[in-house]
Design a protein around this ligand. Sequence first.
Ligand code: ZN
Length: 482
Amino acid sequence: MRPRPHVSVPGSQLDRLRLDALAAKSRGRYAQAVDCARRYLARRPNDVDVMNFLAGTYFDQQQWPEFLQIGLRSYRCEPRAKHLLLLLRGFRELGRYDEALAFYERERRRPDSVLAQDARTARQIVDAVRTLEKERRQALQRQKDAERQKAKAAATHGPAPRADTPAAPPPARPDPTAPRPDDWPEWPRLEPVSVAIRPQVETTDLAADLDAAKDSAGLVEIPRYEPQGLSLRLSRLEDRFASEFHWLHVRTELTDVRESMADYAGFETYFAVEGEAPRDGITEALVHGRSGAVLALPAGTLAGVCTAPVSAVRLEAATVLARATAAAQAGSEVVASEIADRLEQRQRDLNGRIDEANELLRGEWRTRRAQIPSGAAESERLHHALLDELLRRRRSSVAELRDAHALVVTMQPLTVSYVRLPVVIGTVDLARRARSGRLTVTWNPLSRQFEPIPCGRCGRQSYRIGATDSCEVRCAACLPYA
Ligand SMILES: [Zn+2]
């Protein structure tokens, strides 16, 4: 690992957790090892070493679903040939042959495939794939046999069942090696879903004001405020970096931190909430001049920091309008705390409807799962396929209901100011597979948080951020495999 020159790292607590996890595992206390590793990953979610440690622990304990989940997450950050071999074994243990073979096939076709990493492991992988193919054929054959048996039994029994047909198997005698219905997970629990807030931005009045104030060059004079005496504390920055951002499938390291000055456009925005009992108020937002990042702040933050204007800056009216729109959109996040009681009511309605939809699907899960023949190894695959289908339908009905329950908030930017602020700039090294990249992040002392990072594809700002295989920054929605 590279040294981290300018940051003092309060990592001792985290290091302790990591050591505790190792010690617990070496003493055979697996539950404790898992607990420590999970707590560590909650703070540093993209630490590949600890992800691999956790995956290895699950592997040793033959907890295959847990192993696959964390193993795949780690593999997406930093794939290794040995790692692929273990993942194939996890898939095999769960009888998920098709997924295993598709996963292998994708990896094999990559130009930077891990199969090129070391020849010995590559040979072992090829052997493992042959076994998987063979077992998949056998499973299919068993399924066909079972179906034939069933058809034959039905034909032999005919309309009047005869007692002297020993060839027909007794109908409800489960194979002791096949999972019984009780072994299958109960219908997965649903987490509460939050109501969406849909901002509707109205800039007509602001546009008219800016139009009236434009000079011959199309510029508008904006008062500039200079707050003073903001103290910066660098010490806990690395912790915040890890906790504020949720990094997806990419390794990150904060390598350099320095103080700097940054320019922001500040907006005060009036909001009104739709519905029979309208609520209104003011939100504030800062738009970073260089990155365009928008920070939404509780009302009064800017006023509390800014003193008298020291000068004025001249901005293009169109730029101001574009920034005002972004600021108003981000301001709708702040509105949520102002209208918490109303949201709560709507949230209850929404979740009640979701529960109803969920109950219906759960009933269907019970009925259809009972129809899956037991005794075939194939039944595990059929259970998974059924569960996948029902969960897919559940996701789409949750999305529809959430959309129907969204709360519309009208946002109207009113005043514009300009703020010059001391900030902390950090450099972040990104790494994904063999590629690496770099980006800067800004910590804002006014909001006491990092500014969100814009997605390289859709431009949306986000704290859930990842990277493509070529290490370009993407939001969660634009990642091909989030
Ligand atoms: Zn995006």
